[in-house]
Design a protein around this ligand. Structure first.
Ligand SMILES: *[C@@H]1O[C@H](CO)[C@@H](O)[C@H](O)[C@H]1NC(C)=O
Ligand SMILES: *[C@@H]1O[C@H](CO)[C@@H](O)[C@H](O)[C@H]1NC(C)=O
Ligand SMILES: *[C@@H]1O[C@H](CO)[C@@H](O)[C@H](O)[C@H]1NC(C)=O
Ligand SMILES: *[C@@H]1O[C@H](CO)[C@@H](O)[C@H](O)[C@H]1NC(C)=O
Ligand SMILES: CC(=O)N[C@H]1CO[C@H](CO)[C@@H](O)[C@@H]1O
Length: 379
């Protein structure tokens, strides 16, 4: 009961240092809560006469998603009904004009531009009742900067974590349609046992340690800027396809942080991915069985190396790592518009009031229990 703890001054309250003004509103809010639920007068007092649709649970209404600025300053066309035209998501109006703020159900802020102070939150604007502010990021916790200055701002999270309000994975597998059930050849024209493509090599990364140990056991062919053999985007997949195994090693070891290294490089390249990063259970939850080899499945890196060597010599067993492709196809997400349109699939006009009272803790949470207790849900 996170809300009870919050209302009764549990752990979470102590962490919040409220200014006297905020305290006033907080108490005011508490006292006014039952009444405001009933007729919305508090809201009217706080934000002026903005019509509320919060308690109208109709699903036929269009949902308006306002992107406050484009991730990485790269705008894309939002002409006509983009969510329907490109992704067949109905009733989803995706806009980027700030003048539409008052009509937005969700306002989305991409973390990076906030982090580098290129953009600011419009904290001075009153929020229409029911409007939700969403925090969006595809980075691992270490690359999200300091989020401590963002308590009690966001109502939604949009990220690669499965427990986010809107889950935006780097990729996923989808069942094939019956007409797609073509048996694919197992790629067998291989010239290297294990390949690794690395540009950002850091001694302290766990993956660097595993690479060194593995390379002591079996030859690992290294490409990328680190090794002064950069691969053009056109030659990446053909290069990977000539390897039995591809090290899909993430730079951050965090739950659910599974990037295009698995979804695109390994699965489209046609090498069996050896993965390191999120726990084995996270991979099992999202990737097809027998489609990858997790470093943690072995008592030692030496044993992993021996296993890879045996597997490469056993055509039948190696081929079994590709049977999933008979039933599954891979979808890689790389268009921000698709991620944003997917908010509408999760948006419920009568959903609960929700505030991330400690976004920093949520982002760094290592277990779900930790995460759930560290934000507050009212009602
Ligand atoms: C609820 O939604 C319907 C459309 O589905 C609309 O006609 C009606 O005016 C809405 N009611 C309120 C109070 O906003
Ligand atoms: C919903 O949006 C579509 C596309 O923008 C528009 O054609 C339609 O009239 C809208 N419907 C409502 C009820 O606003
Ligand atoms: C196998 O790979 C080599 C390069 O390693 C390439 O030259 C050759 O054409 C490939 N053969 C087939 C059948 O794809
Ligand atoms: C969103 O968060 C803000 C700031 O904490 C809060 O005032 C507002 O009521 C929340 N809205 C919803 C719909 O949860
Ligand atoms: C229940 C729980 O995990 N609470 C955590 C909330 O976050 C703080 C750090 O900000 C932790 O110390 C608590 O353990």
């Amino acid at each position: 009961m996170a809300e009870l703890k919050y209302l009764m001054g549990g752990d979470n309250t102590k962490k919040m240092s409220l200014s006297p003004v905020k305290k006033f509103f907080f108490l005011f809010f508490l006292c006014g809560l039952p009444l405001s639920l009933y007729n919305g007068w508090l809201h009217g007092f706080l934000t002026g006469n903005i019509t509320s649709t919060f308690y109208n649970c109709s699903s036929s209404r269009n949902v308006t998603i306002l992107l406050w600025y484009w991730p990485f300053n790269r705008p894309l066309s939002l002409r006509s009904d983009v969510c329907w035209d490109l992704y067949r998501i109905p009733g989803c109006r995706l806009v980027d004009e700030r003048s539409l703020y008052l009509s937005a159900n969700v306002v989305v802020f991409h973390n990076r531009e906030l982090m580098i102070r290129q953009q600011k939150l419009p904290l001075d604007l009153p929020r229409p009742r029911g409007q939700r502010w969403a925090w969006m990021s595809l980075e691992s916790p270490a690359n999200n900067g300091n989020l401590r200055h963002l308590p009690n701002v966001f109502n939604m999270t949009i990220t690669y974590r499965r427990d986010a309000d809107v889950f935006i994975p780097y990729g996923e597998t989808l069942p094939k349609e019956p007409e797609e059930h073509l048996v694919e050849d197992v790629p067998l024209n291989k010239s290297s046992l294990v390949c690794w493509v690395v540009s950002n090599y850091k001694h302290q990364h766990k993956r660097s340690q595993v690479y060194k140990e593995l390379n002591a056991e079996v030859p690992v062919k290294v490409y990328g800027r680190w090794n002064k053999t950069p691969l053009s985007s056109d030659s990446l997949l053909p290069t990977i396809s000539r390897c039995y195994f591809y090290l899909a090693f993430e730079n951050s070891v965090n739950r659910d942080y599974i990037t295009e290294k698995l979804w695109r490089n390994a699965y489209s390249g046609g090498a069996v991915p050896v993965v390191l990063g999120a726990p084995l259970s996270d991979y099992k939850a999202v990737a097809p069985p027998n489609s990858f080899i997790h470093v943690d499945e072995f008592a030692s890196v030496k044993e992993l190396g021996q296993y890879l060597q045996q597997l490469a010599h056993d055509k039948k067993r190696y081929a079994e790592y590709f049977t999933w492709k008979q039933q599954w196809k891979v979808k890689v997400y790389n268009d921000w518009r698709e991620r944003l349109c997917r908010i509408c699939l999760k948006f419920n006009t009568c959903a609960q009031h929700k505030v991330y009272s400690n976004l920093e803790a949520w982002v760094h949470a290592t277990t779900s229990a930790y995460a759930v207790d560290n934000f507050t849900t009212f009602f």
